[in-house]
Ligand binder design. Sequence first.
Ligand SMILES: O=C(O)[C@H]1NCC[C@@H]1O
Length: 278
Amino acid sequence: MPSKDPRAQMAWIIMEPADTPPMSGSNSLCVATVLLDSGILPMTEPVTHLVLEAPGGLVEITAQCRDGKAEKVEVRNVPSFADKIDRWIEVEGIGSLQVDTAYGGDSFVIADAQQLGFSLHADEAADLVTTGLKITHAANEQLGFTHPLNPEWSHISFCQIAAPVSHESGVATATNAVVIRPGKIDRSPCGTGCSARMAVLHEKGQLKVGERFIGRSIIGSTFDCRIEGQCDMEGRPAIIPSLAGRAWITGTHQHLLDPSDPWPEGYQLSDTWPRDLT
Ligand SMILES: O=C(O)[C@H]1NCC[C@@H]1O
């Protein structure tokens, strides 16, 4: 999309099944890659800098480029903050569960995978989705969320089921499964989710400004993240996170709308995919 803010070269919108979110980490990597690899915006090798406008604010892109391809894209994300820390909620079929909530460009309830008995392997996907949807529902009812600068964003979008942090070669690292309504799991480590997790770790004194965090998804993809700085969000402490990864173009699509189409706005059904795809 053309940008509204003159400081950005381009803007984009994010279409999740349930919402059109303020920001998305994986989507910003994909958008930057399409803009540069396809020549919509000029690529400068070895590094191209861009400013893109997400609905929730401007993000700065630093793309490492070689032979006409963006090989690594780093995104300096919007201010991210912890909201409610170590709060107990009652979840249907699970019972009492201790969670954190945070914003990382989108709003999250973060639950401990170990406490829920998950090892975050791909064969748990269907159970993770069922559990994550219940936790999101309970967190919205019992904790809620409102963005201080954008009161219209007043719900928790995603449940991040997060493994404990371990240190791999000295870098804080954790696997997660981010459950997206109405019933899927992020194939990426979730850039907004890693930003929200870093805000919580920072709030708990477990990750400092300048330190790295590697987020790993359920399919093994990784984002290399860092707390770049701190700022103030309407009187509450916030961090400026960055995340870096790679995207690949998988196709070119044309969306058409025939004037006689009786469902011009599409339609929604509950998920009809079988639980067992093998
Ligand atoms: O990386 C992210 O932030 C996202 N991936 C899909 C859902 C989130 O928007």
